[in-house]
Design a protein around this ligand. Structure first.
Ligand code: AMP
Ligand code: ZN
Length: 468
């Protein structure tokens, strides 16, 4: 079955065909590092992680580029307020971003170019547009993109260009532009920018936001590449402008497939910094929520559907992961020798898992296949004893599945001293047949997020996933 993705450009599901056989070039719009990312941002990065991991699962050699926006109006405003350079100001947020990626088990991209390291590439692109008469200078030395000179403008967002208001200078904040729909490629230095500027062939100033992504994507992936992603809020104007700049400058097609994820919502509104209705990853971790429950919650709704954030969803995600991990654990240990019996079951559900993801990353279908695999193997075990070959085959299937989900392995987990002491104290209480004390300690451990199970082999513990 071919792999299909919904392409925002054509508004259709299309078969994915890479430009170069066996390889995929993919650009993903990254964070603006003026603050900590919120989990809405991480919905986008986890969708991109799913896409990247699935392409690798299918055997593609993936080159992913994610930009770091480390210069923009907000960064300049806040760093000036803090009397810091933009490099000093953005560093902690940038470091936190990478830490958060690891916490959410998001696989690293091949490149994380920072905007401030790529000013010459942006200047070159602006120069090319000036030479073609598609870029023009305003009185203050800034450079704008002339939308009327690029007839394809609007093809991604499906805008009717004639309906866009033209020439209404008075309503525009940036009244240096010729038309309201024109956008800045280069912003000339103003006093409020303070120390933030570059002296370049096109003057003293700094780049516009959109030109960043055009310059850095083509530097690492070439003028024409396979996939560009982001959240739906990026479609217009950011991605529309990227297409216009890149295609006008190079004369080549920019990107074949545009994939956009829907928003993470809070009570009907987009989770965003400006609306103030956001959760940062750290805040959730401080509440004792396991990062894999957050990953699972953000991953398990189809990327083109809005996802409403609730604590109940995190709790449910924790339970699903626990069931899967318990299933995996039940397959390790000693099994009888014998012939493989469960091959039909593992093959059937792995094929279902793959077919679902081939269909525009249908994660609900894929997860459905994983739980069906678990049910069917458990049902099989009711009647027939598994042999070691069977256990190995199921574990291998789970490993393949988890190369995408990445929630099945528990991070190396150690008990704290307090937890160890409590478990010992409970064992002593049980030996002394002091059941009331043993139950009290069990509850105390449960409050700390430790679940105890008394098995014939002794007491085993696991951490509760979800909310402590
Ligand atoms: P920003 O730092 O605002 O430029 O956003 C970085 C990425 O996060 C972009 O791809 C945005 O589209 C995406 N994003 C921002 N808010 C949300 C949200 N509530 N849900 C999903 N993606 C989001
Ligand atoms: Zn971008």
């Amino acid at each position: 079955m071919p792999t299909c993705f919904y392409n925002t450009l054509t508004r259709k599901k299309e078969e994915f065909k890479p430009i170069k056989s066996g390889a995929v070039g993919m650009y993903t719009c990254g964070p603006t590092v003026y603050n900590f990312a919120h989990i809405g941002n991480f919905r986008a990065y986890i969708f991109e992680d799913l896409l990247r991991r699935y392409l690798k699962f299918k055997g593609y050699d993936v080159t992913q580029v994610m930009n770091i926006t480390d210069v923009d109006d907000k960064i300049i405003r806040d760093s000036n307020k803090a009397k810091n350079s933009i490099a000093e100001y953005t560093k902690p947020y940038r470091d936190a971003f990478f830490e958060d990626l690891d916490t959410l088990r998001i696989e690293r991209a091949e490149y994380y170019p920072a905007a401030t390291d790529h000013i010459p590439e942006m200047v070159q692109l602006v120069q090319a547009l000036l030479e073609k008469g598609i870029g023009y200078r305003s009185d203050d030395g800034s450079v704008y993109f002339k939308v009327s000179a690029y007839p394809d403008y609007g093809k991604l967002a499906h805008l009717n260009i004639d309906e866009m208001r033209r020439g209404s200078r008075v309503q525009s904040d940036e009244y240096e532009k010729e038309e309201i729909r024109d956008f800045a490629l280069w912003k000339s230095w103003k006093e409020a920018d303070g120390e933030v500027y570059w002296e370049t062939e096109i003057g003293k100033g700094r780049p516009g936001w959109h030109i960043e992504c055009s310059a850095m994507s083509t530097k690492y992936l070439g003028n024409h590449f396979d996939i560009h992603t982001g959240g739906v809020d990026n479609i217009f104007p950011h991605h529309e402008n990227e297409i216009a700049q890149s295609e006008a400058a190079t004369g080549e097609k920019f990107v074949n497939y545009w994939l956009h994820c829907e928003h993470l919502m809070v009570e009907g509104d987009k989770m965003s910094k400006s609306a103030g209705n956001f959760y940062r990853l750290r805040e959730l971790l401080d509440k004792g929520i396991d990062p894999s429950a957050i990953r699972y919650t953000l991953l398990s709704t189809h990327y083109r559907q809005k996802l409403n954030f609730t604590f109940d969803k995190l709790e449910a995600a924790g339970k699903s992961i626990t069931r899967l991990r318990d299933f995996k654990k039940s397959l390790s240990g000693e099994f009888k020798e014998g012939q493989l019996q469960v091959n039909d079951i593992t093959e059937k559900y792995l094929a279902e898992f793959e077919a679902a993801l081939d269909d525009d990353l249908n994660i609900s279908g894929a997860l459905g296949a994983v739980f069906s695999l678990m049910h069917e193997i458990n049902a099989f075990r009711q009647g027939t004893e598994l042999c070691s070959e069977d256990a190995r085959a199921v574990l291998k299937t789970l490993e393949k599945i988890d190369s995408i989900l990445n929630v099945l392995t528990e991070k190396e987990d150690k008990l704290s001293d307090e937890e160890t002491q409590l478990i010992k104290a409970r064992a002593t209480a049980r030996k002394e047949r002091n059941w009331a004390e043993a139950d009290r300690i069990r509850d105390q451990l449960l409050n700390l997020g430790i679940i105890l199970e008394d098995t014939p082999q002794g007491t085993v513990w696991k951490r509760k996933i979800g909310i402590k």
